[in-house]
Design a protein around this ligand. Structure first.
Ligand code: AMP
Length: 709
């Protein structure tokens, strides 16, 4: 059961501790940088990396510190403006009236404190309008003479982006206001505001389609909506099934409505999609009841909400209180706590990674937690399974806050079936049956076979992945079919595929008429073009893509720069290899052995004959990267299986952008990057409230040079 008010999770406690421990001036400037960065990720890139709850907590800490230390005030602090960023591809729109953010109440006590302030300001508790806080993206819709003339994003609150063409495609946005409603409009021009969102079902469909075609999925419906309204081609937006809920007017003077509640009726009359879940409340108890009901119903709603917005229900009274630099004083957003759910642990399966690492995975009875369906969660390694003592058949607690990776916290002891036994790592590889070893000093178990199909699949996926040879469209499903049909077993086989053969590839499913579903000519054509393009990615990407153990992107680049060709690399001695920056004896050994294994050399030879470039083109000028991560401290834990980077390489990449990399987690750690089989550092981060990023988030940092919110 979730409980309102049980919000003081470890994240928040940790942040508070951290603030006590450091010099306020230092902490304030670190927080500002942090928040600015996350704001940029969230608004400009639509790719946040920490949860809203964590962001809110940083913001709150900064606001509190600034209030306690007025000498640290700065007009450019993120507390002094609405968060946002104006991208460059859409024309800027200056908002006639600023688009504000909302202050948050993280639990019912804070909500009560706000209501008490309202009661004090107005002499008694004013009637308030309670609405669901829709988790989408805010939009301003301008009408002139009753016709939609412009739609804009919030941007930084002062200037947004012109997304008129895209918003016109959203079906529930009226292109004209209904004539019946115009009597109440006092001006020719009127601007309404609301939220554009993607219904949960559409989000799931969109992601399923993205996965099937090998494209990257959106983290949540909010990002999907934000990304969809910022498409260059309105047709793409149109295909995304967006909806809106409209709930505000930019300038109250332009309408005859006396307050938010009455405004909603007018909006509905004017033709807007208005959320039906609203209540006019007169007492704190009624407000609590609304919040509790919203939380209870959250999962059943077809769209995402992340809280409840409470607004003083009189525009005249609102005007008396006005705004802070960031948000109205007359409204508050009650935010839902991070979610924990219980569900059945149906099984613990073992996933075999590209380099043979065996990772236990919790197979759960699917359950919706914090807005997304969770059916699987990594259990990292055997030590973790033991430490948590989770057993097949257990009812387990799954926790997720916003965008954070779901986590199995542990079992509900009283619900354990009598016959549940401690889980064991299998003695043989579940994919190929070969032996499994655990090297001394390592937590991970590995499959010893080089012919393991699970590893082959992972290796093939890795070669086709974006950071490596980037074969656009070559997704997991297609690769799996190519492996299962025996058509592809190593990366050189990709280059023997042709259009005719690919288009006939049996996808292992049947149509309604019982016909086998084939890949089809359109996709086949695109794939062949993508395979062709991948031939010229260059030596560094090929060395990374081929998947030598311990050789991640950075090492591959260093090796390519030093040796210039695969032949020169293959001719190098172990000593020569170990001389390369960042390559120690362990990596040198791995490269040396790889390039002396006949099977591997045969694959390389076939790649060469297929026209894959295995030489370095013009040398890289080696420009220094902008120091966008300076002031941040990272700790790495677990293995980065997606990119195949070693921790040293990952650290080197972060350092190249000015970050510090530390070996242990403390209150000063800015982020912990947790790969597969993350262990105690992960737990420490959670207990100290240090944000934890997964590998995808880490790769985004490398790509953009920006750390998340
Ligand atoms: P935040 O972005 O967390 O500061 O929250 C403020 C945002 O909540 C606003 O800019 C709106 O986009 C959004 N919001 C969602 N539902 C509502 C609502 N019913 N009333 C006001 N704002 C809302």
């Amino acid at each position: 059961m979730e409980k309102l008010g049980a919000q003081q999770g470890s994240l928040f406690d940790g942040q508070e501790l951290a603030s006590l421990a450091t010099d306020p001036a230092e902490r304030v400037s670190a927080l500002r940088r942090e928040i600015e960065y996350h704001t940029y990720r969230y608004y400009a890139l639509d790719a946040p990396e920490i949860s809203d709850a964590a962001f809110d907590s940083l913001m709150r800490e900064l606001r509190e510190l600034e209030a306690a230390h007025p000498e640290l005030a700065d007009p450019s602090s993120p507390t002094q403006r609405v968060g946002g960023y104006v991208g460059e591809q859409f024309a800027p729109v200056r908002h006639a009236k600023r688009m504000y953010s909302l202050d948050n109440a993280m639990d019912l006590d804070e909500l009560d404190a706000w209501m008490a302030r309202m009661a004090e300001a107005y002499g008694s508790m004013p009637p308030v309008c309670c609405e669901l806080k829709i988790d989408g993206s805010s939009v301003a819709l301008s009408y002139e003479g009753g016709a939609l003339v412009r739609a804009a994003t919030r941007g930084d609150g002062i200037t947004g982006e012109d997304i008129t063409a895209n918003m016109r495609t959203v079906r529930d946005v009226p292109l004209r206001l209904r004539a019946e409603s115009l009597g109440a409009v006092r001006a020719d021009a009127i601007e309404l505001r609301g939220e554009v969102y993607m219904p949960k079902a559409s989000f799931e469909k969109l992601n399923a389609a993205a996965e099937a075609s090998g494209k990257q999925a959106f983290a949540n419906p909010r990002n999907a909506a934000a990304g969809s309204i910022r498409q260059k081609d309105p047709k793409v937006t149109q295909g995304r099934d967006l909806s809106t809920f409209v709930y505000a007017v930019a300038d109250e003077a332009s309408l005859a409505a006396p307050g938010p509640f009455e405004l909603l009726s007018w909006l509905r009359e004017a033709g807007f999609h208005v959320n039906p879940d609203v209540a006019l409340c007169e007492t704190a108890e009624e407000v609590h009841a609304f919040c509790e009901r919203a939380l209870e119903r959250r999962d059943q709603l077809p769209y995402e909400i992340d809280g409840v917005v409470v607004k003083v229900n009189s525009f005249a009274q609102q005007a008396a209180l006005g705004f802070t630099a960031r948000a109205p004083r007359w409204a508050i957003a009650f935010k839902f706590p991070p979610e924990e759910k219980t569900t059945l642990l149906r099984d613990i399966t073992v996933q075999v990674g590209r380099t043979g690492t065996l990772t236990p995975v919790a197979e759960l009875e699917p359950v919706v937690v914090a807005g997304s369906t969770v059916a699987r969660a990594t259990l990292h390694n055997l030590d973790e399974v033991r430490r948590k003592d989770v057993r097949i058949g257990d009812t387990v607690i799954v926790r997720k806050a916003g965008d954070v990776i779901p986590e199995v916290l542990g079992p509900v002891a009283s619900l354990r079936p009598e016959n549940a036994v401690p889980w064991e790592m299998p003695a043989t590889c579940p994919s190929c049956g070969a032996g499994v070893i655990r090297e001394e000093g390592e937590v991970a178990f590995r499959c010893v076979s080089i012919d393991c199909p699970a590893q082959a699949l992972e290796r093939l996926e890795h070669w086709a992945s974006r950071g490596a040879m980037d074969i656009d469209g070559m997704g997991t499903e297609i690769i799996a079919r190519l492996v299962e049909t025996g058509r592809v077993s190593d990366v050189a086989d990709y280059y023997t595929l042709d259009e005719v053969e690919l288009s006939a590839l049996d996808m292992g499913r049947v149509s309604k008429g019982g016909e086998p579903i084939r890949l089809g000519a359109v996709v086949a054509k695109k794939l062949v073009a993508a395979i062709d393009e991948s031939r010229s990615r260059g030596l560094a990407r090929a060395l990374f893509g081929i998947g030598m153990r311990h050789v991640g992107k950075t090492t591959a680049e260093l090796l390519a720069a030093r040796f210039g060709s695969v032949d020169a690399l293959a001719a190098a001695t172990e000593e020569e290899l170990a001389e390369v920056e960042g390559v120690g004896p362990k990596i040198a050994r791995s490269i040396f052995v790889f390039l002396r294994t006949p099977d591997n050399l045969a694959v390389i030879e076939r790649l060469r004959r297929a026209g894959v470039v295995l030489e370095e083109a013009a040398p890289d000028p080696g420009e220094a990267l902008p120091q966008t991560l300076s002031g941040l401290t990272f700790v790495l834990t677990g293995s980065l299986t997606e990119s195949g980077m070693t921790r040293d390489e990952a650290g080197a990449r972060l350092k190249a952008m000015g970050a510090k990399v530390s070996g242990s987690v403390s209150k000063k750690t800015s982020y912990v990057i947790a790969g597969e089989a993350a262990g105690s550092k992960y737990d420490k981060a959670v207990s100290l409230g240090v944000p934890v990023l997964d590998e995808a988030a880490f790769l985004r940092i490398l790509e953009t040079g920006q750390a998340p919110e």
